[in-house]
Design a protein around this ligand. Structure first.
Ligand SMILES: Cc1cc2nc3c(=O)[nH]c(=O)nc-3n(C[C@H](O)[C@H](O)[C@H](O)COP(=O)(O)OP(=O)(O)OC[C@H]3O[C@@H](n4cnc5c(N)ncnc54)[C@H](O)[C@@H]3O)c2cc1C
Length: 533
């Protein structure tokens, strides 16, 4: 089946939905989303959106904080754009119906690590859910937008997929849509559009432990890379230091505020260890705590460390952290006021991705990207807390304007596109192969390409991943596509891209820490890690 629209949007998180509302002013819009509409990283965001919304704050301060966190790699133009346009985008969200928490008739601005003043706009501690709710409602009410749930994009349509199989000139590739597996109807549909917005979110599921929901399998990065788009900075993966061990997928977050309240980190045998890493101990910044825990786990061969709250007044714990207390008690049968909490860091956010300019354009004509899938240049080597929702809002808006203009300029029709052809493939019952490979990749990435890397670990990971990826590709070519197989293929490719970038960066900077090159090296590495093949 062929679906024809002016705009095709892949993903229903903040990036895709906010873009859709603006694109719909210029043409017909199809949004495809992998599962149900609300399944996204956006839906889980707790803290909020960083923006300059008070008289005591300033654009310069927010820019400075963002650049400092990015450790020399953030693009100043992208940061300036995000910070200066942020407040306007936030007001638009309020107009759409998002109810942010207020205090005395004003927005209640929270504070997070790395911000020099209060600037986190939030909806209690469920900010993402509130944003997602309001955006989904506005999209549902818009007659120009059609949403297709349970449609997982398989491949971007480029010259390669035209009826006459045009020769690909790598410097001038066009994107005209995507193939998508209708996982309920069990067929692959063709979606054509002059403009494609890639807003598929992150890739936390490349790792064994992640705070990301199951949808975050790096599909956008993998599809864009296969189509020939420029990818960058995949080595910069942010890990959240404390998530509940074995809490399933996604890992359940134990907020940093728990450490702020006095909880102490200990090894399994009860020894404290944070004093070896930072004089602030458990109150050290996120990266340092994640690094310390990871080092202790590797040194001791343990699977988790303990976060001990037993010395704290039980009433105070229950009062300050009702959600964490009740979830641990009811879902995990763990009374955190009486038992130490087993915790482990988990992959949280990908700073790298599909390279865009400050108008969301990728290196493929007609393909735009926004949100976690993109590399706008804002985050550099590390992400400042709560800048990601803001980044998505600002660059989706700019991409909407740029892509509307692009649409208007196009005069020739989209070339005839071949429909999905899976003749010669078979239905495999080998679910176990997919599951096993997925697990193996996640374990390899966790053990060798996690918080602390080394040449030896990266080489080991590379050899193993190379083998697995070849196996997966060969299996993919013979088999009718399923959601599990598509995700496995994308996870495998993203893992390889992360390793390739990590191997290129022979220094330690921001989220990329390697024991072989412990220092930051501005002479050779004050630049993005680009993958253009
Ligand atoms: C637990 C948690 C807490 C966070 N807290 C904050 C916070 O307080 N502040 C902040 O700024 N950031 C926070 N973040 C990060 C932030 O939530 C994300 O970076 C942001 O929501 C990404 O938005 P997005 O639109 O790019 O992607 P997402 O919201 O993840 O949406 C991606 C969409 O793409 C769809 N999709 C993926 N692949 C395909 C495919 N192949 N075909 C079709 N559809 C596909 C998914 O189903 C989903 O609808 C948090 C993240 C997590 C996990």
């Amino acid at each position: 089946m062929i679906h024809r629209h002016d705009f095709l949007i892949i993903g229903t998180g903040i990036a895709g939905l906010s873009y859709a509302l603006k694109a719909a002013r210029h043409g017909t819009v199809a949004i495809i989303t992998k599962k149900e509409k609300a399944e996204s990283n956006t839906n889980l965001a707790q803290g909020g959106v960083a923006a300059v919304m008070s008289a005591v704050d300033s654009f310069d301060l927010h820019v400075r904080d963002t650049l400092a966190t990015g450790m020399g790699l953030s693009h100043t133009d992208a940061v300036e754009v995000m910070v200066r346009e942020g407040p306007e985008r936030l007001r638009e969200l309020i107009d759409v119906g998002v109810r942010f928490t207020q205090k005395n008739g004003m927005l209640d601005l929270g504070r997070e690590g790395g911000h020099s003043t209060n600037r986190i706009v939030h909806a209690s501690d469920l900010t993402g859910r509130e944003i997602e709710r309001a955006l989904l409602q506005a999209v549902a009410e818009n007659p120009s937008i059609t949403t297709f749930e349970n449609h997982i994009a398989v491949e971007l349509i480029t010259e390669h997929h035209t009826a006459e199989k045009r020769v690909i000139d790598r410097s001038n590739i066009h994107c005209w849509g995507a193939y998508a597996l209708d996982s309920v109807g069990r067929r692959v549909d063709t979606f054509t559009a002059r403009v494609v917005m890639l807003s598929t979110g992150g890739l936390g599921n490349v790792y064994l432990h992640t705070t990301n929901p199951g949808i975050a399998t790096g599909d956008g990065v993998a599809m864009a890379h296969r189509a020939g788009a420029l990818i960058a900075n995949m080595e910069f993966i942010q890990f959240h230091p404390t998530t509940l061990f074995n809490s399933g997928s996604p890992s359940f977050l134990i907020s940093e505020a728990v450490r702020g309240f006095g909880a102490v980190l200990k090894a399994r045998n009860g020894e404290e260890f944070m004093q070896l890493y930072d004089e602030r101990r458990a109150l050290a910044p996120r990266d340092i705590v994640a690094y310390a825990i990871d080092t202790e786990l590797k040194k001791r061969g343990d699977d988790f460390v303990l976060l001990d709250l037993r010395h704290l007044p039980a009433d105070g714990v229950r009062e300050h952290f009702p959600h964490i207390y009740e979830t641990c008690l009811n879902r995990f049968k763990l009374d955190i006021t009486r038992e130490p909490v087993p915790v482990v860091p988990a992959a949280h956010y990908s700073c790298g991705g599909v390279v865009t300019d400050i108008d969301g354009r990728t290196s493929l004509r007609g393909l735009y990207a926004s949100g976690e899938v993109s590399m706008t240049g804002v985050h550099g080597a590390n992400r400042l807390a709560s800048n990601s929702l803001l980044e998505a809002l600002v660059f989706s808006d700019r991409a909407a304007r740029a892509s509307a203009l692009y649409l208007r300029e196009q005069s020739s029709p989209i070339p005839a596109v071949r429909e999905w052809d899976d003749s010669g493939t078979f239905n495999s019952e080998e679910w176990i192969l997919i599951l096993h490979n997925r697990r193996e990749i996640q374990q390899i990435m966790w053990d060798y390409v996690g918080i602390v890397r080394s040449d030896l670990r990266l080489e080991r990971a590379w050899r193993r991943m190379d083998l697995i990826r070849r196996e997966v590709e060969s299996f993919y070519k013979k088999t009718k596509v399923t959601e599990g197989l598509l995700e496995l293929r994308n996870i495998a490719l993203c893992a390889e891209l992360i390793i390739r970038c990590a191997m290129k960066r022979k220094e330690s900077r921001g989220l990329h820490v390697t024991t072989d090159y412990r220092q930051r090296d501005d002479t050779h590495f004050l630049r993005d890690t680009l993958l253009d093949d």
